[in-house]
Design a protein around this ligand. Sequence first.
Ligand SMILES: O=P(O)(O)O[C@H]1[C@H](O)[C@@H](O)[C@H](O)[C@H](O)[C@@H]1O
Ligand SMILES: [Mg+2]
Ligand SMILES: [Mg+2]
Length: 272
Amino acid sequence: MYVCMYVCIDQMVREALRDDRKVMMTKSSSIDLVTQTDQKVEQLIIKSVKEKFPTHRFIGEESVAAGEPCDLTDFPTWIIDPIDGTTNFVHAFPFVAVSIGFCVNKQCEFGVVYSCLQDQMFTARRGRGAFCNGEPLQVSTEEDISRSIIATEFGSNRETEAIDRMFSSLRKIVCIPVQGVRSAGSAAVNMCLVASGCVEAYYEIGIHVWDVAAGSLLVTEAGGVLMDVEGGVVDLMSRRIIAANNRTLAERIVKEIDSFSPTRDDAPLPKQ
Ligand SMILES: O=P(O)(O)O[C@H]1[C@H](O)[C@@H](O)[C@H](O)[C@H](O)[C@@H]1O
Ligand SMILES: [Mg+2]
Ligand SMILES: [Mg+2]
C-alpha cells in the first residue's frame, strides 16, 4: 500500500508542478492558498489508508477546511498535510512536502515527510530513530545560539499585532546575533532540517497540527527537543512550536519570543 501510495503521490505532485499550479481558493486569509493538488493528494491518502484500516480516524488539512472536526482523541489517528508548502508549490519554489503523522493515545507513533523535489523520504518511528532515505539522522550538537542557524516562518496571518510580535521576536534573535535565519516555506521541511542537523532550531506561531505532527517525531527521534514558545511542554493543538537540537537552544529562543496564542486547532467551531 505504502509504495503504491508513494508512487501515485510523487507522480501527482510532479505532474501538477509541471502542468497545473493554479490557486483554486483561499482559506484563512488571501494568502492562505489551496490548489487542486492539495485536495487530490489528501483524498488519495485517506482512501488508501481507509481501505486497510477502516476504523482509523483522520485529521487532514483540507478535510478540516471543508468542515470535518479537528479532534485528536485516543483513537488511532492519521494527521495529514497533503502539501506542506502550498505557496512554494504555486511558485515552483522547490520545498514541497507531504506530511503524515500517525498517533495513538495522542502520542505520535510514526511520522513520514516526503520532500517531493529533493526526493527525500524522512521517516521516524517512536523509539526507533529518524532516517532520510534510510540513513540515520542526528541533530546538531551546537550549544551556542550565536553559532547557529534558526529557521522560522511568517505563516499566513497578516494581522498587525501578530506581525509586530513576529518581527520583534525575529529582530531579537537576529541581533543575538545568530549566524543565519532561514525559511524553507514548509514547517515539515524546516523540522526535517532540524532533524538532519542543518539548522539548529525552528520556531513558529500559527502552524497547525498537520504541519508539525510528523516533523515533531522526526526531531525527537533524531535527538532533538520540542518546547512551547513560552517554555512549557509543547501542545500540538496550540499552534505554537519550538523544535530544537537541545534544551539549551530551545530555552534561549524562548527568552526572545514575544508570544501570542492563535485560536487552537481543537477550538469549538463558532456557532452559525
Ligand atoms: O498551508 P501549508 O500546508 O502550505 O503550510 C504552511 C507551512 O507549513 C508553514 O510553516 C508556513 O508558515 C505557512 O503557513 C504554510 O501555509
Ligand atoms: Mg502545512
Ligand atoms: Mg498544506
